[in-house]
Write a protein that binds this ligand. Structure first.
Ligand SMILES: Nc1ncnc2c1ncn2[C@@H]1O[C@H](COP(=O)(O)OP(=O)(O)OP(=O)(O)O)[C@@H](O)[C@H]1O
Ligand SMILES: [Mg+2]
Length: 504
């Protein structure tokens, strides 16, 4: 079914239409400096398409909650645990209800975590609920930043991963990303690159203009036109909009933003006693406690999960006596089952690019499925075990003193770097060739060779390793504290299944 919604006026006076079905397959990126009219544009798009397609809006400012009165969007407050948000997101897909996730009042890191949990919840919905949804993300540079900022690496990874899923892998699952950003240069490139439709508004900075020109396939001089665009005017391009860059003026909207541009207002006449007014305290001032909105304590989702899996859930229909009793297992038997579950998860090739907390959830579920009794290991211990399994160490090497030294040394390395560290240490202990950048990158859960090199640089700065090359230019990583080093390996080699293959 082809549905063209009316976005406003195109040059020449015809109406500018946006093909919704095409948009679902090809996504949209909106860019324009503050005040250029992006949020207004998104609102026009949402209002015009509300009757045709389910919508989800990730709304950092709480601007879009006003859609609920006229169009029935459910407003979801982001101040919830990640598990709650994921559950709501899942049900939003099941019941095909439009909603606004408002993140107003949360600090940036909480906003990122909440948006990620929600997006992942939608992404992970069961196949039978993969109906089309427009997923609109305003201020997308906040959720998919191009560089690390002040927020924790964990929050950044989580949010960037969710946005990447939405834009790169969402289409099959019915998720169509519509993202808006003030600054293209601040938005992660891989996220921006997945949109095939563009609406470019007023842009001042050269760096943003250059990025816009690249994305649109225009030359830089042509892109100068973005500088002079007026508020509410955008250049449209893409399969759902127009085959050639088409200037359009966005039409009016029916609902209003809660926040709008500041308007100049005449100042009131200055009262005579202005100093008195300002400096005379209100007697209550000294009694009233200063209330600031404190951020909620960090949400220990994984703790909750561990907790949940400790006590097997009591299904209401099952009488207590009918529940299957869980016999105590001898420690060795239990350990063998735990190890088997771990290996099973890590043998899945997709697991390399999953976050530890996702793997941990999977681990807890499988332990329950296998009825492994006793409390599961905490997340920190789990990460360590994962790192050890991934390092590929065999039983014989694991029993050596050198490996014990490697493990001792690894305890000084932060959780997320354990995998890479132990893989390198194993190559050194076994005298194998130094793993390639690609192999190191995979152990870190990324595809970026540059990141791999930065990691090595980081270990070197910490004084844990010394990186050098042999005369043919092959890389060697030495561990002074372990008194061992890898054999020379090709840094640019492929990401082989194991370190030996990678370096040949
Ligand atoms: N096409 C338009 N017609 C009429 N008013 C508009 C139009 N576009 C934007 N405006 C008005 O201009 C003001 C700024 O627009 P908007 O909030 O959409 O900007 P923005 O690009 O989202 O800015 P920011 O990046 O700071 O959020 C708003 O008050 C909005 O109502
Ligand atoms: Mg805005």
């Amino acid at each position: 079914m082809q549905v063209g919604i009316d976005m406003g006026l195109a040059t020449g006076g015809s109406s500018a239409t946006l093909d919704i079905e095409e948009l679902l397959a090809t996504r949209l990126l909106v860019q324009g400096n503050s005040g250029s009219g992006k949020s207004h544009l998104l609102r026009r798009l949402l209002e015009q398409s509300a009757q045709w397609v389910q919508q989800v809006i990730i709304d950092p400012e709480g601007d879009f909650v006003t859609l609920s009165d006229k169009f029935g969007h459910v407003v979801v407050d982001g101040e919830r645990t990640e598990a709650e948000l994921a559950g709501i997101a899942n049900r939003i897909r099941q019941h095909r209800v439009s909603c606004v996730l408002t993140l107003e009042g949360l600090d940036v890191e909480q906003q990122m975590r909440a948006a990620a949990a929600f997006l992942n919840g939608m992404f992970d919905a069961d196949r039978e609920f993969w109906y089309p949804v427009l997923v609109v993300v305003d201020e997308a540079q906040m959720f998919a930043p191009s560089v690390a900022g002040d927020v924790s690496e964990d929050a950044r990874k989580m949010s960037l991963g969710a946005m990447t899923n939405l834009m790169c892998r969402g289409r099959k699952r019915g998720l169509a990303g519509v993202i808006a950003t003030q600054r293209l240069a601040k938005l992660a490139k891989n996220v921006a690159a997945e949109a095939s439709n563009f609406l470019m508004g007023r842009t001042f900075l050269d760096i943003d203009m250059a990025r816009a020109a690249d994305l649109l396939g225009m030359d830089r001089r042509q892109a100068e036109m973005f500088r002079d665009l007026k508020r509410g005017n955008f250049v449209a391009l893409g399969p759902a909009l127009s085959r050639r860059p088409l200037p359009i003026q966005i039409g009016t909207v029916e609902t209003s933003a809660r926040s709008s541009s500041p308007k100049l207002m005449p100042l009131p006449d200055a009262p005579q006693d202005v100093e008195d007014l300002i400096f005379t305290p209100d007697p209550e001032e000294f009694q009233r406690p200063i209330v600031r909105r404190t951020p909620p304590a960090p949400r220990p989702t994984t703790d909750i999960l561990a907790e949940l899996s400790r006590s097997a859930p009591a299904a209401t229909s099952v009488q207590p006596e009918a529940r299957v009793p869980q016999p105590e297992l001898p420690a060795e038997e239990r350990e063998a089952r735990v190890a088997a579950v771990l290996t099973e998860i890590l043998d899945d090739p997709g697991s390399a690019f999953r976050t530890d907390s996702v793997l941990y959830q999977e681990f807890l579920v499988r332990l329950r499925m296998r009825r492994v009794p006793g409390s599961p290991m905490p997340l920190g211990e789990f990460r360590r075990r994962v790192a050890i399994v991934r390092s590929g160490v065999d039983a014989e090497t694991a029993a050596t003193e050198a490996w014990a030294a490697a493990l001792a040394l690894s305890s000084g390395v932060s959780d997320d770097l354990q995998g890479v560290f132990l893989m390198l240490a194993k190559a050194a202990v076994c005298g194998e060739p130094c793993p390639s950048d690609a192999r190191i990158a995979r152990a870190y859960g990324t595809h970026s060779a540059r990141r791999a090199r930065r990691l090595l640089g980081y270990f070197e700065e910490q004084g844990i390793v010394v990186v050098h090359t042999d005369f043919s230019g092959k890389r060697i990583v030495a561990f002074p504290d372990m008194n061992s080093q890898t054999a020379p390996g090709d840094a640019n080699g492929p990401d082989g299944g194991d370190t030996r293959e990678a370096a040949e």
